[in-house]
Design a protein around this ligand. Structure first.
Ligand SMILES: [Zn+2]
Length: 116
């Protein structure tokens, strides 16, 4: 009998919502995820939590998560890069609005494709 297949629980599934078999899936909460989807989700939360540890206003968490999701999926900034940028700039981020996180996009793309 074929193994049970699940729809990946990740909203930003990296496999266009292709189903994942029980053996290849990871359980997050009560949903089955592809392994790399679960890993990406975990890394994004790590970035958001690191950033949140710098700022006073804890109600900003959903906004921060949304910005980091945008950077990762829309702007194709690797989560390692985002994490490092946040880790290296604690004093910069601590007294600025969360939207300065979008600066990571520019920093990444400027570095990847410097002006000729
Ligand atoms: Zn997935």
């Amino acid at each position: 009998m074929a193994s049970k297949q699940y729809v990946c629980g990740y909203k930003y599934c990296l496999h266009k919502n292709e189903k994942v078999s029980l053996e290849e899936s990871v359980l997050v909460g009560n949903r089955h995820y592809h392994k790399d989807c679960a890993e990406t989700k975990r890394r994004i939360i790590e970035c958001a939590e690191l950033y949140m540890s710098y700022i006073e206003d804890k109600t900003q968490y959903p906004t921060v998560l949304r910005i980091i999701n945008t950077l990762t999926f829309k702007n194709k900034v690797p989560t390692e890069y985002t994490y490092r940028s946040i880790a290296n700039s604690k004093t910069y981020y601590s007294d600025k609005p969360v939207y300065v996180l979008y600066g990571i996009r520019k920093a990444f793309w400027t570095q990847e494709f410097p002006a000729q």
